[in-house]
Design a protein around this ligand. Structure first.
Ligand code: SF4
Length: 424
């Protein structure tokens, strides 16, 4: 039996949206079906999400970009997060994750699902832990019922993909936090909660021990499991250690197990990885996870540029796409400093889209090369509307040119325009 035949919600979704999706991706329905069955592509879309426009992620579909938004205890304004949602979609994000950890999380999530036609992702562990952390109780008291109940509730609400840190084992958590092992230990919020839970309870990760129960909920709603990297490196010097690879190996095994039960999986990747190690990391993860779509956070190629982490992340992301990554989680100028504002969201989405374009050009993908060719041809003809059409961000193109919009050259060289000089 194929993954499609084991997952009726996925089959129904593809029957409804498959034709339009295939047209926009330039792929045949058979190709898409084959890759989804093989697990190298996923179709994000929970039929319970009202008005969802499903999105394909994974080879050979186009690279996709995700924007993370959500409240925090220090900046808790649901209205501001809705404005960021609109800004992210307007800038071209393909998906959005609600990472809220303050306020009425159910209400924020419902509102986001109602206002966002793009697939919405969450980390259910945050909501499960909120009752404990906000009441000053130890989240290591979380029960399996808390976790499974939260996953089921969010699936029924319409969440399209969920980060679940199932591959984090007790032994790898210890490796990541042993004295002298890492500079930065565990930097994932979910990873740190689970490592604490494991340490206090003396038991194995409940997301791992109850994996089949999670899979069973996911199948009912076609929730794609984004197998989280709770032990991702948080410093360039921590990348590629035993803890990281132990988790990757587990994620590959779990993705196979989920697929066998009709559930789609993404694999979450690093993190902080130095530029010369990005290709090895990406190829290693893809191999160990049987080509499952890889969702990367950056990777940040240096640690020393707070305020510009969207740039460090875009450099890593372009290299990652070239090596096989499929899905880019944005980083904003606010990373490591504060909650992003509207401008940060916009800058983060654009940085990731630029990285995706750079990576796809390097891979020789037709749609990316066509955009480059259109821009070059338009530049050679001083065809400003043509340049605007080819631009990744036509809005910025217009705004920057506004002052001299009626000139056939731009204000960089004016009468010294090299292009016009030789046209004449
Ligand atoms: S004015 Fe200079 S920068 Fe502007 S289009 Fe001409 S050559 Fe290019």
């Amino acid at each position: 039996m194929t993954l499609f035949s084991k997952n009726p919600a996925l089959s129904a979704l593809f029957a409804k949206h498959g034709e339009a999706l295939c047209r926009s991706e330039g792929l045949s329905p058979d190709t898409v079906r084959e890759h989804i069955n093989r697990g190298t592509m996923v179709l994000l879309g929970n039929p319970a999400h009202p008005g969802v426009r499903p999105v394909l992620v994974g080879q050979p579909s186009r690279i996709k970009v995700n924007a993370n938004i959500g409240t925090s205890p220090l900046r808790n304004d649901a209205g501001a997060e809705m404005a960021k949602l609109a800004a992210a979609l307007e800038a071209g994000a393909d998906t959005v994750m609600d990472l809220s950890i303050a306020g009425d999380l159910d209400a924020i999530r419902s509102r986001m699902l109602a206002e966002c036609p793009a697939p919405v992702g969450t980390v259910p562990l945050y909501a499960a832990a909120q009752g404990y952390i906000s009441a000053d109780r130890d989240p290591s008291a979380l029960t399996t019922e808390d976790i499974l109940g939260e996953i089921r509730k969010q699936a029924a609400q319409g969440v399209d993909f969920m980060t679940v840190h199932c591959g984090l084992t007790a032994r790898a958590a210890a490796w990541a936090t042993d004295e002298g092992s890492r500079v930065l230990g565990i930097v994932s919020r979910g990873g740190s909660i689970l490592a604490r839970w494991i340490r206090v309870s003396g038991q194995e990760n409940p997301f791992l021990t109850h994996f089949d129960a999670i899979v069973s909920i996911a199948r009912e709603y076609n929730v794609t499991l984004s197998l989280g990297d709770g032990l991702r490196p948080g410093a360039g010097s921590d990348a590629g250690d035993a803890a990281q690879w132990d988790e990757v190996i587990m994620l590959g095994q779990l993705a196979r197990r989920a697929r066998e039960q009709g559930v789609q999986c993404l694999i979450e990747g690093p993190g902080h990885v130095r530029l010369h190690e990005v290709e090895t990391q990406i190829r290693g993860i893809k191999t160990l996870c049987n080509g499952a779509p890889l969702y990367v956070l950056g990777p940040l190629v240096i640690d020393s540029c707070p305020g510009y982490d969207h740039i460090a992340g875009a450099i890593g992301a372009a290299a990652a796409v070239r090596a096989g990554a499929d899905f880019l989680c944005y980083l904003t100028p606010a990373e490591h400093l504060t909650l992003p504002d509207l401008e940060d969201v916009r800058a983060g989405v654009m940085a990731s889209r630029i990285a995706a374009q750079a990576g796809e050009v390097a891979l020789g993908r037709a749609h990316a090369l066509e955009r480059e060719a259109s821009m070059s041809v338009a530049r050679a003809a001083l065809d400003w509307p043509g340049m605007q059409d080819a631009a990744l961000d036509p809005g910025v193109f217009c705004a920057k040119r506004a002052e001299h919009a009626n000139e056939d050259v731009c204000a960089m060289c004016g009468d010294y325009c090299a292009v016009r000089m030789l046209q004449d």
